[in-house]
Design a binder for this molecule. Structure first.
Ligand SMILES: Nc1ncnc2c1ncn2[C@@H]1O[C@H](COP(=O)(O)OP(=O)(O)O)[C@@H](O)[C@H]1O
Ligand SMILES: [Mg+2]
Length: 258
């Protein structure tokens, strides 16, 4: 289970540009659940992910993943338990390294038992070919290709594979299909679903695609102004209902702040 307890985070505190993103924010996610995170631009979705992954430090509050106190765990060590895929296909991969080198790096970073068993480079290569084959993008025959030569969709598929290669406890997807064309986006979403089921990961997925949010999640959470303003079972709502709730929430908030 992921628990965010009484989290505070602001930027440029004490200056004229002071911005308070989270004030005493608490949020929990049950193990094995896929949560779609919605909310207008700038409401703090990526900041929440950065606080969980450790790219940002909280001003106050605690973050727990099962019995691991994330707040006291360095970013590098958190990456053993947390996989992250961002919107930009060039993030999450090293463009001038080959597919094989990228995968080997992710495997090593996780320091998994699997890695310890895979002593032999040939065995490791065979394992990479095997998992790449499941993507059905022909990447298993391009292990020595530098990642910068891949298409955006191929890179996102590889990023997803890298983020999940050691079966992290928690998978964070930050608009990971937003830069892709509709067909590739669908392919990556299906791949995401298969990986989540296969590896039994707790998943948070930031998306502006309400149809994906309804179809691919168990729970839908909307943030606005650093607060949870909607929290429902995905089964209990249609895309159309979600669309109208989403707009109503944003309109209400505008009225409220005027
Ligand atoms: N490193 C930073 N320094 C200053 N302000 C930041 C920083 N990161 C994010 N912000 C601000 O915090 C707010 C929330 O940003 P973000 O979490 O990226 O929003 P979202 O992902 O929901 O669109 C925005 O107003 C953004 O400009
Ligand atoms: Mg964002």
């Amino acid at each position: 289970m992921l628990s965010i307890n009484h989290l505070w985070k602001g930027f440029n505190i004490g200056t004229e540009h002071e911005l308070s993103v989270f004030k005493d924010f608490s949020f929990t996610v049950e193990k094995g659940t896929t949560v779609a995170i919605l909310g207008p631009n700038g409401c703090g979705k990526s900041t929440m992910f950065n606080l969980i992954s450790g790219s940002l430090d909280a001003d106050a509050g605690e973050l727990w993943l099962d019995d691991i106190n994330l707040s006291k765990t360095k970013e590098k060590d958190r990456s053993r338990y947390i996989g992250k895929v961002s919107q930009d296909p060039s993030r999450g991969v090293a463009p001038t390294l080959t597919i094989e080198e990228n995968l080997a790096f992710s495997l090593k970073k996780g320091k998994s038992l699997k890695m310890k068993k895979l002593l032999n480079k040939n065995e490791q290569r065979e394992y990479f070919k095997e998992i790449l084959k499941t993507l059905d993008l022909g990447l298993e025959n391009q292990l020595q290709t530098e990642v910068r030569f891949l298409s955006g969709g191929q890179r996102q598929a590889l990023s997803l594979l890298m983020a999940t290669i050691v079966a992290p406890k928690l998978l964070l997807l930050d608009e990971h299909t937003a830069a892709l064309d509709p067909k590739t986006s669908k392919l990556i979403m299906n791949m995401t679903k298969d990986l989540i089921e296969e590896k039994d990961m707790t998943t948070l997925m930031i998306s502006h695609n309400l149809s994906d949010a309804v179809r691919f999640s168990d729970r839908i959470v909307m943030l606005n102004g650093g607060k949870v303003v909607l929290d429902i079972d995905s089964d209990s709502i249609t895309e159309e209902e979600l669309y109208s709730l989403y707009n109503k929430q944003i309109e209400d908030d505008i009225e409220f702040t005027v």
